[in-house]
Design a protein around this ligand. Structure first.
Ligand code: HEC
Length: 231
């Protein structure tokens, strides 16, 4: 009996010792809630303390390999916008649901998904480029305003296609052909619905406010982007 009684005491002592050291008792940090849209690139949301140590070289190297920005502030006006389209993937039509989830995950890996969701690119839906060109011609008739404000709308038949394949070609993007197709289908659907459809005036207001806020906060970067026509 003596031996048995000693065991729990020893275990308790060991537990208290480890507790004091803080070993093994602190739970892994849970994933916090979504950060507010105003946060830019994901890394910037937890800045190192001003006088803190430099981040280890290894993490910098892997971020460089991922093509992440080293600039400490949001790099594009779109980065300041919402990180979703106000709908859960489950609320989307079947055909677009997968593409939307991929935008949130894949296109949110190196930078915030807000960059993809709030960019001026607007590619209409259609089977192929001629089909999309035809959609653009009729938009031009009915909504000339979409073609007069190039910082709000950049309407082109393959603008998302080019962007998505450029992103997929970046090292470690992990975006295969099938994923690219699904992402493009979603981005065209979203362009048609949210940027060129009945809610176009909401889109214009959102986009304009992102441009204004970005210009006020990062005037140097704004004029850099303006010069290279990349706002
Ligand atoms: C491997 C890292 C990486 C992934 C994954 C990635 N991006 Fe990017 N993205 C970048 C970098 C770096 C830049 C800035 C430099 C540049 O434009 O190449 C950028 C810039 C952008 C821009 C602004 C420049 C432009 O083309 O107008 C958009 C829009 C964009 N990304 C959309 C996307 C979309 C959509 C996806 C998902 C299909 C995606 N990104 C996935 C790294 C990535």
């Amino acid at each position: 009996m003596k031996g048995n009684a000693a065991k729990p005491r020893a275990a308790l002592a060991a537990w208290m010792y480890l507790s004091v050291l803080g070993v093994g008792c602190s739970p892994a940090p849970a994933d916090g809630p979504e950060r507010p849209p105003a946060q830019g690139d994901r890394r910037t949301s937890s800045p190192a303390p001003a006088d803190g140590p430099e981040r280890p070289a290894a993490s910098k190297a892997s971020e460089a390999a991922l093509g992440r920005f080293s600039r400490p502030s949001p790099a594009y006006p779109a980065d300041l916008g919402p990180r979703n389209i106000g709908l859960a993937p489950g609320q989307l039509p079947d055909a677009e649901r997968g593409g939307y989830s991929l935008v949130l995950s894949r296109c949110g890996r190196c930078h915030t998904p807000a960059r993809a969701l709030n960019h001026r690119y607007a590619e209409p839906e259609g089977r192929d480029v001629p089909d999309k060109e035809a959609a653009i011609a009729s938009l031009n008739q009915d909504h000339p305003e979409f073609f007069k404000e190039p910082l709000i709308w950049q309407v082109e038949a393959d603008v998302w296609k080019l962007c998505v394949s450029r992103m997929a070609a970046k090292p470690l993007s992990a975006i295969g052909e099938g994923d690219q197709r699904a992402i493009r289908a979603f981005l065209s659907w979203d362009s048609t619905r949210r940027k060129l459809g009945k809610k176009a005036s909401d889109w214009k207001a959102l986009r304009q406010s992102l441009l204004n806020r970005f210009k006020a906060r990062y005037p140097g970067r704004y004029s850099e982007l303006e010069k290279s026509d990349s706002l």
